[in-house]
Design a protein around this ligand. Sequence first.
Ligand code: UDP
Ligand code: MG
Length: 242
Amino acid sequence: MQTPDTPYLSVVLPIYNEEESIPVLLSRITAALDPVGKPYEIVCVNDGSSDSSLSLLQDAAGKNPRIRIVNFRKNHGQTAAFDAGFHAARGEVVVTMDADLQNDPADIPRLLEKMKDYDVVCGWRQKRNDPWIRLFSSRIANGVRNWLSDETITDTGCSLKAFRREHLLRLKLFNGMHRFLPTLLKMEGCSVVEVPVSHHPRQYGVSKYGIGNRLFKGIYDLIAVRWMKKRYLAYRNDMEIL
Ligand code: UDP
Ligand code: MG
């Protein structure tokens, strides 16, 4: 049952030193979601930023009751930020996106449309605007990831995704697992679809990832996911109590 206090949608934003993007991002989310006409909240997870991100968020939250803040006193990484956001969120549907304006809030209504038929909707950056070295390393990472985890997701690195919150809360996440959310949720029996979304070059600030903390860690994490998939207690999706 939805009361005025329980939003339909929670937008969860992981934020680590994104001070220049925050004001523009919040106003673009508002501009994209107000016309949808469904109650929503914006859950901003400040992941131990050392710039003025937190005070900007506090200013914004003071003016807009839809904005809520989860604050980490130090940096814990993007999976931790997502996990905290998922637990703080109250919406039936959770939309995640980068806080650096690379994802476009204008795509959210299309993801919500698809949520009528699926449990998980993944954005797919068909025309991706990143430096060539990132595109190259992502292509390798996606290929190896899909091969070793027997997966078909084209672009799991795209943060813009929509989920039913009840399914997210069933997952026990570990550092690095945000890249495998569609795979982990498929294991739980969720239906997953990909939709093309736009992608912009990073306008402000710097990427928090390089080859070392993305490609190599990602491959290591992949071994864990491969193991989980092989050892999954598949009876869960194949059982009835008579
Ligand atoms: N981020 C975070 N904690 C971290 C690293 C990143 O909350 O330790 C956030 C970051 O602020 C951004 C999102 O996660 O909103 C994705 O990071 P980034 O844009 O640097 O990744 P890229 O798009 O370059 O893969
Ligand atoms: Mg980014």
